[in-house]
Design a protein. Structure first.
Lengths: 374, 297
């Protein structure tokens, strides 16, 4: 294996179930030691992809190689990987310790080694003292850690995780997210992680692979996905609250960049890039909207607005903002903050010329107009 | 406040008794009272018009132990239970594993396995009577095809009990399969996949995960098979009537014979009490020993 070749190489893999779902002609390269998140809505094929890597599904077409070895037709046990299931899949009749060393025992590892590995795994996951409990006697978070301990105890270089946090409450989820990321970096293992939660993906991943309908929508680091979404789907899926997607026909003609066909064009704008002004004067570069509600979240306030002919938008304003529902506002943005997508296939469009427009009532973003548009 | 709490407690206790009452009344009438009456009855001699029944202490029990038929019948029943219970459980498990797998015509396989259970035991026995008929029966037709001489399966002491055992297993395995099938379907497929990832093969998974998880079902089925091995004797009436020479006679059939053929109800009562005691003892052992080692979810 050469140093350049990726740790996991999925080449043109298809796996189609009767009629629906599955993955189509999928190719992914995953570098060694990286944390890769497969992100997407349910039914997008992300779990199928994970199960294909695990060997729980067999590819109809294409090849999968792990560590330079073609594993396409190998059973899971010979692929040198471990997996954390969404349900944790702990054996309910076995104690925590027995659960963790299940695989080691199956592989007939020596007693001494099992002992040391078990102690390691227990201390790493903070489960020391719980060895003799049954899974039913543990809390959700503890069960999750048992599943994690079982995954790392064998020392496999690859760990697959299938929505491991979806059964935890929000607060725990946040801390476990950090623990998993830290563990992955400490052990230097490669993790392929499936989730539908974009926050998880953004906060943990080295590489996010966004999937839709069994195909890759966009792959890249979290910043790429956020700042330069490749499609309108990626734009709407990543980020919370999501990017507002507005048909260009609802915009004043002046803001449409030159060279773009405004009849089939979608305009996208992140909530934090929207500027709200209550002044009645409408400039040529702003759109009229009506406030429909606001959510105060402490450090910021989300203000949702209705724009005629669209599904509306959300603006993220710092601090506490009081705007009564029904207030007429005008929305504007820095030209560079605008994203343009093809209205039909959703692909990102790069306007030929950066526009030096978008009138700014507030100062700070004014300077952004100097930056060439993405 | 304190009064209120006490009142509530009393009311809950009342509810409890009210809920138990119907079952308690019926059980007393049809189980507890008959058991005690039987015990009482077994302590008296058989009354005739000339010699009225008198208290005899444990004489009836002594008579039973002195009767060689008692030992034959008890031994028969031990063999009968010792074979039908494990064999039908094993068959049930194997059939359930198969019927639970993703195979074509799964529902056909399931209903085929379950059919013997739907048949009344008498009908099943008649069916098997035909199978066992010397020379003309299905079994002899098949063995005859390979050149074996006709066998009177039910008519000779060496094969009579085995033939009866065969029918019971055929009848019971399908019934127990349903319980295993239900239990198998509650086991999440994730466990199977987790075991596969950990490198466990089919056999390791079955031994280390599946069988322990099926243990509660196994106990349930075991208790049922136990009970049936004592109480299921319908087929004896059709197949062998306990013969030849008591070779296939089981305890309950013998009790029935004593009570209703020979009208010796005190001895029948004594035998019934012995059966009750034995079953009670076995139940205690089961609960004490086996349950401790079982994982209930």
């Amino acid at each position: 294996m050469s140093a350049q070749s990726p740790f996991i190489q999925i080449k043109a893999v298809s796996r189609v179930f009767n009629g629906c779902n599955g993955v189509h002609d999928l190719s992914i390269d995953i570098p060694r030691g990286s944390f890769v998140v497969l992100l997407g809505p349910s039914g997008c094929g992300k779990s199928t992809t994970l199960r294909l890597i695990a060997g729980l599904e067999t590819a109809d077409q294409g090849t999968i190689a792990i560590d330079g070895k073609d594993v396409t037709n190998m059973p899971p046990s010979r692929r040198g990987l471990s997996m954390v299931f969404q349900s944790y899949a702990l054996f309910p009749h076995l104690s925590v310790a027995e659960n963790i060393i299940f695989g080691l025992k199956v592989r007939k590892t020596g007693k001494e080694e099992i002992r040391t590995r078990l102690d390691d795994a227990l201390s790493v996951t903070g489960l020391a003292g719980y060895e003799d409990r049954k899974p039913a006697e543990l809390s959700g978070g503890q069960r999750q850690r048992v599943a994690l301990a079982r995954a790392i105890v064998a020392g496999h270089p690859l760990c697959l995780m299938d929505e491991p946090l979806s059964n935890l409450d929000a607060k725990l989820r946040h801390s476990v997210r950090r623990d998993i990321r830290e563990l992955q970096q400490r052990l230097g293992i490669t993790v392929v992680y499936v989730t539908h939660d974009q926050t998880e993906a953004m906060s943990m991943a080295d590489i996010v692979i966004l999937m839709k309908d069994g195909r890759i929508e966009q792959a890249g680091n979290p910043a790429d996905l956020y700042l330069k979404p490749a499609t309108s789907f990626a734009a709407g899926f990543v980020g919370s609250p999501p990017m507002a997607l507005i048909p260009a026909s609802a915009l004043p003609g002046d803001v449409i960049p030159a060279g773009l066909d405004m009849t089939k064009l979608t305009f996208g704008i992140r909530p934090e890039d929207l500027v709200l002004t209550t002044s009645a004067d409408q400039s040529a570069w702003s759109i009229a909207a009506t406030v429909t509600g606001s959510e105060f979240l402490g450090a910021e306030t989300f203000v949702s607005v209705a724009i005629p002919g669209t599904e509306g938008a959300t603006a993220r304003l710092p601090g506490q903002v009081h705007i009564a529902p029904g207030t007429k506002v005008s929305l504007s943005w820095a030209g560079a903050a605008a994203h343009w997508f093809d209205g039909e296939d959703g692909h990102r469009l790069e306007p030929a010329m950066p526009r030096q427009t978008a009138q700014e009532p507030n100062t700070s973003i004014e300077t952004d107009t100097a930056i060439p548009s993405l | 406040m304190n009064d209120m709490a006490r009142l509530q407690k009393q009311r809950l206790a009342l509810y409890g008794w009210m809920l138990v009452a119907p079952a308690l009344a019926l059980m007393s009438l049809f189980a507890f009272y008959p058991a005690i009456a039987t015990l009482w009855h077994s302590l008296f001699t058989r009354g005739t018009t000339r010699r009225p029944s008198v208290f005899a202490g444990f004489d009836n029990y002594g008579d039973l132990f002195a009767d060689p038929t008692f030992w034959t019948v008890a031994w028969n029943n031990i063999i009968y239970a010792g074979i039908t219970i494990p064999v039908s459980i094993i068959f049930a498990l194997i059939m359930a594993l198969w019927a639970n797998a993703h195979i074509p015509a799964r529902s056909f396989v399931r209903s085929a396995y379950f059919t013997p259970t739907i048949l009344p035991m008498i009908a099943a026995a008649n069916l098997w009577l035909f199978f066992y008929t010397p020379d003309l029966g299905v079994i002899d037709q098949i063995t005859g095809f390979f050149g074996a001489s006709p066998t009177n399966w039910l008519g000779q002491p060496e094969t009579a009990l085995a033939s009866v055992i065969m029918v019971t297993i055929w009848k019971e395995a399908g019934f127990f399969m349903i319980f295993y099938l239900a239990a198998l379907q509650t086991i999440p497929p994730d466990l199977r996949e987790a075991a596969r990832i950990e490198g466990a093969g089919r056999w390791t998974y079955t031994r280390r995960v599946l069988l322990p998880l099926l243990m509660p079902t196994t106990i349930f089925v075991f208790v049922n098979a136990m009970i049936n091995s004592v109480k299921l004797i319908d087929h004896l009436f059709i197949l062998t009537k306990g013969g030849p020479n008591n070779a296939s006679k089981l305890i309950l059939y013998w009790i029935w014979e004593m009570a209703f053929s020979y009208f010796d109800s005190p001895h029948a009562a004594a035998m019934t009490i012995l059966v009750l005691l034995t079953l009670g003892l076995v139940a205690v052992i089961q609960f004490r020993l086996v349950e401790k080692r079982t994982h209930y979810r």
